[in-house]
Design a protein around this ligand. Sequence first.
Ligand SMILES: *[C@@H]1O[C@H](CO)[C@@H](O)[C@H](O)[C@H]1NC(C)=O
Ligand SMILES: *[C@@H]1O[C@H](CO)[C@@H](O)[C@H](O)[C@H]1NC(C)=O
Length: 287
Amino acid sequence: MEGTSLYLPIVLLLMQCSPSAPVTVTTSKPNVEVRESSDAVLSCMFRTEKDPNPRIEWKKRGKDVSFVYFDGHFRGPFEGRATIDGATLTLLRVTQEDAGEYRCEISAPLDTVSLGETNVTLKVLVPPHTPSCEIPSSAVTGSLVQLRCKDQQSIPPATYTWFKDNQLMSQPRHANATYLINSQTGILEFKVVAKEDTGRYSCQASNGVGPAKMCEGKHLTIEDVNVTAIVAAVVVIFLLIIVCSCGGLLLHRNGFFSPGHRGRSNVNYIPPPQEPQDFKHTQSFML
Ligand SMILES: *[C@@H]1O[C@H](CO)[C@@H](O)[C@H](O)[C@H]1NC(C)=O
Ligand SMILES: *[C@@H]1O[C@H](CO)[C@@H](O)[C@H](O)[C@H]1NC(C)=O
C-alpha cells in the first residue's frame, strides 16, 4: 500500500513526460575510487524512447576531451585495456593517468530528444611509499631542530607519525612541550632541543590505502657544544698559523722585510734631487 503511494507521483510524472521522453542516462556511481593497478567500473545506464540501437560513446576530459570508446572500439591508451557491458565501462589495471572525469554519452537519433549524458569521476588511490626522512645526525643543545618526513606519491596525501627508539611519539597537548609534530607536513620540531632528545628517530607514512610505510631510523645526537665544529675550527686555525708562518718565513728569506735591496736603493734615491741643489750651490759658489 505504502509502496504504491510512493511510486504514484513517479508514475504520473513518467506518464506526463512520456510523449517527449528523452533518452535518459544515469550512473549508479558518479564517484569511483579504486586502488592503482586494480580495475575500475564506470557505470552508465540508459533508456531510450524508441531507438533500439543508440550510439554509445565515452569521453575523458583532460586538457582536451579525448575518446575512450567510440564507434564500437576503445581508443588511445584504453585499446585492449577495457571492456564494455551495455554502456558500463570496466578499465583494467588503472594507473594515475587514468584518473579524471569521464562522460558517457548516449545518442538515439530516432528519439525526440536524442542526446543524454552522465559524468563519472575516477580517482586512483596510491598506497604510501617509503617516506624520505631528513634527520640530522647531531645538533647543539638549545638549538631549533627540525626532522622532516615526506612521501610525495600517496593519494590521498599521507599523514605522518614519528617514532623515537621505536616508541610512538604522541602529539603533545600541554603548552610547554619540548616538541611539536605536524602530521600533515611530516615535520617534527624541537624548539629548544635537549640532551634527552638524543635517540633513534623514524617516521611512518599512512593514508588508509594499503599498508603504512616507515623510513629507516637514524640516530640524532644532542651535544652541549658542537664537537665537530670545534675540531674543524681548531684544525682551520692550526692550518692558518702554519700557512702564515711559512709564508712569513719565505718572504723574510726573499728579503721582503729586511732593509736590503729596496731600502738601500731608496737611500740612494733620495739624495739626487738634492744634488742639483748642491750642485747649483757649488756652481754659484764657483761663480
Ligand atoms: C558533465 O560534465 C560536463 C563538463 O563538466 C558538463 O558540461 C555537463 O553538464 C555534465 N553533465 C551532467 C549530466 O552532469
Ligand atoms: C610547564 O612548565 C612549568 C614551569 O617550567 C612547570 O611548572 C609545569 O609543571 C610544566 N607543565 C607541564 C605539563 O610539564
